[in-house]
Ligand binder design. Structure first.
Ligand SMILES: *Cc1c(COP(=O)(O)O)cnc(C)c1O
Length: 455
């Protein structure tokens, strides 16, 4: 499989180079030259289904046998034998539970696999990399768990000291692995992000440390997520709608790929919180940025959904120059203009969307608990509200993106019940933490990274 950039001005690459490059040279995102037909394979095992779905995207850099092994290793540690079980919570209303991995959120579904792919490809090339990232909570711990134990990857995660939840911080700081480095920055999440951007912009440092990233635009993450959309559709055995609690559009894009390549998915229902730019777009073709407001579902508090670029490229008939121009316009005046014809062809028949505020989120967590005895987290709750609001005459599968114990305050506020951590994490509050404090200063951070991460 070869890949092209959504902005049309970067060289075509194979899967391994796309994985290691992250962003294309022209600032665009890589997408396959053509979409292969989806095939979930003959096996019912989740790891085998994932390998079948991923196979056409990774050839020839990874063989089918290698891929099967990587997938089996990735999902072996999940707490549920089905990995991503389907649970009925109402009349034709289902949850796809994606939170049975090590850090209790759906990001494990992709990052467990991506870390192993990095290690395999780096070993073959006899190279090493340093992954750097900033986190306000979930992504950092999922990335750390994905690469702990990888021999050729060092990972440095910057988090804002005192501004993550204790569960989130401990999930990062209690990992005892020589290649994992968590830096507590004396600053905000934006400061952490600025430091990461500055490290990438420092060419000498970037090259000497061989910097890389595993952020939400990472292509391998997207296709790993496509696997569970396809698996859910095939297990349901009849056409379904899928409802996705959305931030960076990664999970929605993964569903769109499954649908576009042949999975029996009818509509994709996009759930947003009060940060509703995608709802406004899908309902009225109006993509205009507004300020970000904090909500009970922080992983969805996003204005610009970076992965939307990959769908925009399709809406533009794969014209990279036009996509680049559209995005430049969007950056300069905060408004993205799409044609009514492209909207009617690509958006209207496939997507619907609605937004859910914090009061509705809390009421929904309480309702689901009262009616089914199940605790759901606030991100999942935005999804189940939208799933009922927009239900048609097909089953709706809502992606349960986080375990309730990851957001105990909101769950307790809604239900009066404190959600317990799974047994594997029950001692999280007793484990020793390894914290390296650092000033909000580029030179100090770079010096620390260079010292800790031999390349
Ligand atoms: C990251 C995250 C999301 C948003 O996913 P995107 O792929 O960015 O749309 C939703 N819920 C939870 C719990 C998350 O961690």
């Amino acid at each position: 499989m070869r890949y092209v950039s959504t902005r049309g001005a970067a060289p075509e690459l194979g899967f391994g180079d796309v994985l290691l490059a992250g962003l294309a040279d022209d600032g665009g995102l890589y997408v396959p030259v053509e979409w292969p037909a989806i095939d979930t394979g003959p096996s019912d095992e989740y790891a085998d289904v994932a390998a079948s779905v991923l196979a056409p995207y990774v050839a020839p850099d990874l063989t089918e046998a290698e891929l099967v092994q990587l997938c089996r290793d990735s999902y072996a540690g999940f707490r549920h034998p089905e990995v991503a079980p389907l649970v009925e919570i109402g009349d034709d209303q289902w949850l796809l539970e994606l939170f049975h991995g090590p850090t209790l959120a759906f990001k494990d579904m992709a990052l467990q696999l991506v870390g192993r792919m990095f290690d395999r490809l780096l070993e073959r090339r006899d190279e090493r990399i340093t992954i750097v990232g900033a986190t306000s909570g979930d992504t950092g711990s999922a990335a750390i768990e994905g690469v702990r134990g990888c021999e050729r990857v060092q990972i440095v995660i910057l988090y804002p000291e005192g501004r993550t939840s204790e569960v989130q911080r401990r999930q990062m700081t209690t990992v005892d692995a020589p290649n994992v480095h968590t830096l507590a920055v004396d600053g905000t999440f934006d400061d952490c992000q600025d430091l990461v951007k500055a490290m990438f912009a420092d060419r000498r440092f970037r090259e000497s440390q061989r910097l890389s990233a595993v952020n939400s635009i990472n292509w391998a993450r997207i296709i790993a997520q496509t696997a569970y959309h396809a698996s859910a559709a095939s297990r349901m055995g009849r056409p379904i709608d899928i409802c996705v609690p959305t931030g960076n559009f990664g999970n929605v894009l993964a569903g769109w790929i499954a649908r576009h390549t042949g999975a029996e998915i009818d509509r994709l229902l996009v759930a947003t919180n009060s940060n509703d730019i995608l709802t406004r777009f899908i309902r009225s073709r109006d993509m205009t940025t507004a300020g970000v407001v904090p909500t009970l579902s922080p992983s969805m508090d996003i204005q610009v959904s970076s992965n939307f670029e990959r769908l925009l490229f399709e809406m533009n008939d794969r014209d990279g120059e036009r996509t680049a121009a559209d995005l430049a316009q969007f950056r300069s005046d905060g408004h993205l203009d799409t044609s009514p014809e492209a909207f009617d062809r690509w958006i209207r028949p496939v997507f619907d969307s609605s937004s859910v505020d914090d009061a509705e989120t809390l009421a929904e967590i309480a309702r689901v608990h009262r009616e089914t005895g199940t605790l759901i987290d606030p991100h999942t709750a935005t999804g189940t509200v939208v799933a009922r609001r927009l239900a048609g005459n097909r089953p709706v599968v809502t992606l349960a993106t986080a375990h309730p114990a990851k957001f105990p305050d909101a769950v307790r506020q809604a239900t009066g019940v404190h959600p317990e951590l799974p047994d594997e994490l029950a001692d999280l509050f007793d484990r020793p933490e390894r914290i390296t404090p650092v000033a909000n200063d580029l030179a100090a951070v770079e010096a620390l990274v260079a010292e800790r991460c031999p390349i």
